[in-house]
Design a protein around this ligand. Structure first.
Ligand SMILES: Nc1ncnc2c1ncn2[C@@H]1O[C@H](COP(=O)(O)OP(=O)(O)OP(=O)(O)O)[C@@H](O)[C@H]1O
Ligand SMILES: [Mg+2]
Length: 291
C-alpha cells in the first residue's frame, strides 16, 4: 500500500505557507532534484511539495527550468540526482512502460495546445480515449461532450484546429487534457498569447476544474494577473531552486529583491545573475507524453 506523504505542518509566517497548503498532503514531491544539460545546471537541488486538490502556480524568469520541472513529473526528463514522487510512489526510476500508469493520471496543457492539425476537435479530444480505454464509440462521444461542456465550448466538434481562435484551441487542448479525468493537470503558460478577456476565461476554467473535479493543478505562468487569481500556493523559481513560496500576497511582499523585481516587472541588471542568459522554448509535448 502506498504511504500518503504529508507536507510537514508549517507555520505561516516562518515558512511563508498558508495553513490550507500546509494541511494538504503532497501529491507530487521533488526531493533534492538536480538536472544538468551539459555545463548548464538547470535544476539545482530543487525540493518542492505540490499540495493535493489545490492550485500551485510556478513562476520564474524565462529559461529558469519551469518546463524542465514539469517534464520530470510526466517522465519526459529524469533527474541526474534526487527523487520525484507521485502519490507517495517514487517515479523517477520507473521504466517507460510503468510510467504510462502515472501519465494516465496527469493531464497536460502545453502552451501551443499541441492539437493534431489533421484531426477535427472531436477526434482530438477522443484520441486519449481511443488509445487508453475500452469505451464504446457512444461512450467516447459522451465523454467528449462532457469535456467540451466543462471547458464551455459547444458546436465546434467538426472544426479543424486551424479554424479555431487561440482561446478556443486552448480550451480544446484542455478538454483533451481532462477527458481521461486526471487527478492532476499541468498547465504550461496557459494564458500566453491570449487577450485579457480570454485569459480570464482560462483562469475561470482552472478554478472551475479545481472546484468541480477536485483536481490538483500546477500552472506555470508569467501572467501575474492570472497567478493572483488562480493560485492557492505560489512557488518562485530562481537559479534552479525555490526563491520564495507562499500565497500570492506573501510573494508580493517578499523582501528578496530578485523576487520583488519579478512581481513588479522591474528590470535590474543585477538580476541577470539569476536569470538564464539563453531562454529556451519548447512548449510542445513529445507525442509519448500525451495520454
Ligand atoms: N532537452 C534539453 N536539452 C538541452 N537543454 C535544455 C533542454 N530542455 C531545456 N533545456 C535548457 O534548460 C533551461 C530551462 O529550460 P525551460 O524550458 O525549463 O525554461 P522555462 O523556465 O520553461 O522558460 P520559459 O519561461 O521561456 O518557457 C533552458 O536554458 C534550456 O536551454
Ligand atoms: Mg517553459
Amino acid at each position: 500500500m502506498r504511504d500518503t506523504m504529508r507536507t510537514p505542518k508549517l507555520s505561516p509566517d516562518r515558512n511563508g505557507t498558508s495553513a490550507q497548503v500546509a494541511d494538504a498532503p503532497a501529491i507530487i514531491r521533488f526531493v533534492g532534484v538536480h538536472k544538468r544539460f551539459g555545463q548548464q545546471h538547470v535544476l539545482e537541488d530543487l525540493s518542492m511539495d505540490i499540495p493535493t486538490g489545490l492550485t500551485t502556480v510556478v513562476m520564474g524568469p524565462s529559461g529558469c527550468g519551469k518546463s524542465v520541472m514539469l517534464k520530470h513529473i510526466v517522465g519526459l526528463l529524469r533527474p541526474d540526482a534526487g527523487e520525484v514522487y507521485f502519490d507517495g510512489e517514487r517515479i523517477d526510476r520507473l521504466k517507460e512502460r510503468e510510467f504510462r500508469r502515472i501519465r494516465l493520471q496527469i493531464g497536460l496543457l502545453f502552451q501551443m495546445a499541441a492539437l493534431f492539425d489533421s484531426m477535427n476537435v472531436l477526434q482530438n479530444i477522443e484520441f486519449p480515449l481511443v488509445e487508453h480505454t475500452t469505451l464504446t464509440a457512444a461512450e467516447r462521444r459522451d465523454r467528449v461532450r462532457e469535456a467540451l461542456e466543462m471547458v464551455d465550448l459547444a458546436g465546434v466538434e467538426q472544426k479543424l484546429p486551424a479554424q479555431l481562435s487561440g482561446g478556443q484551441r486552448k480550451r480544446v487542448g484542455l478538454a483533451r487534457a481532462i477527458v481521461l479525468r486526471p487527478r492532476v493537470v499541468l498547465y504550461d503558460e496557459p494564458t500566453t498569447g491570449l487577450d485579457p478577456i480570454r485569459s480570464d476565461g482560462i483562469n475561470e476554467l482552472i478554478i472551475k476544474l479545481r472546484r468541480t473535479m477536485n483536481v490538483t493543478s500546477i500552472v506555470v505562468t508569467h501572467d501575474l494577473v492570472s497567478a493572483r487569481k488562480v493560485a492557492d500556493h505560489v512557488v518562485m523559481l530562481l537559479g534552479g531552486k525555490i526563491a520564495a513560496k507562499g500565497t500570492y500576497d506573501q510573494i508580493e511582499s517578499n523582501s528578496d529583491p530578485h523576487v520583488q523585481h519579478f512581481v513588479k516587472g522591474h528590470y535590474d541588471k543585477a538580476d541577470e545573475d539569476v536569470m538564464p542568459a539563453i531562454p529556451h522554448r519548447n512548449d510542445s509535448p513529445a507525442p509519448e507524453a500525451m495520454p
